[in-house]
Design a protein around this ligand. Structure first.
Ligand SMILES: C[S@@+](CC[C@H](N)C(=O)[O-])C[C@H]1O[C@@H](n2cnc3c(N)ncnc32)[C@H](O)[C@@H]1O
Length: 206
């Protein structure tokens, strides 16, 4: 019997139809299409998904989404998180989904890790320092942290790189507010803007 998951915003066929990615589904889909089109091989994320696909609607389950894409496309995902307990949970989930060969976890402050990363980066996902919908001081710290992350890895990005930032359309401008201001001044363009924001280097047309 065929099963229908009415209203589910899934990432099928990458992931089973019963997982609902809600407000992130369309930006994830567009990102995955661009990764395929641009033949990305090195993916990097800040803020690891600790619960496998369980929190796909609330948190995004990014490590499984990009890890699965990496496994299917001969690519590698590097995921950094400061919380070693979260990383232990994430490691179990990554094994459950048979992604260990394509996902490398790192326990570190993201900025310190990004500064030392020595490969070119095709895709960057920024989703670390938690944002608060009300507290202006936490908003500012989160925005400054995400800007500092971008600056720490900027020299490893190239003309074909893409950047996705989570928790965007929120009061106070979201996690990426300062990073987006900086990036657009440097020639990056917004490709898609929803709950997440997707950016790419300006395409130079001759
Ligand atoms: C919103 S969660 C990540 C959610 C994940 N991307 C997902 O899809 O489920 C944010 C994570 O950032 C981590 N974090 C916070 N500050 C950090 C820092 N300075 N460096 C690295 N990770 C940090 C937290 O430990 C937390 O696990």
């Amino acid at each position: 019997m065929r099963m229908f998951f009415k209203g589910n915003r899934s990432l099928h066929p990458l992931l089973p139809q019963n997982y609902n990615f809600g407000k992130r589904r369309d930006t994830f889909r567009k990102t995955l299409a661009l990764l395929t089109e641009r033949k990305a091989t090195t993916l990097l994320e800040t803020g690891t998904a600790r619960a496998g696909l369980k929190n796909c609607k609330s948190d995004g389950a990014s490590t499984i989404v990009f890890g699965k894409w990496a496994r299917e496309n001969d690519a590698y995902l590097y995921s950094v998180d400061i919380d070693s307990i979260a990383l232990k949970q994430a490691e179990i989930e990554i094994k459950n989904y048979n992604l260990s060969g394509h996902v490398h976890l790192k326990a570190s402050d993201s900025i310190a890790f990004l500064k030392l990363f020595d490969q070119k980066v095709d895709f960057l996902y920024l989703d670390s320092f938690d944002y608060d919908k009300k507290d202006r001081s936490i908003q500012r710290k989160s925005q400054e942290h995400h800007l500092a992350e971008f600056k720490a890895i900027e020299s490893r990005l190239h003309q074909g790189s893409i950047v996705l930032i989570d928790d965007h359309k929120l009061p106070g401008g979201g996690k990426g507010k300062l990073a987006i201001e900086y990036m657009t001044q440097k020639g990056w363009e917004i490709v898609m803007e929803e709950y997440q924001v997707l950016l790419s280097q300006k395409i130079i047309r001759l």
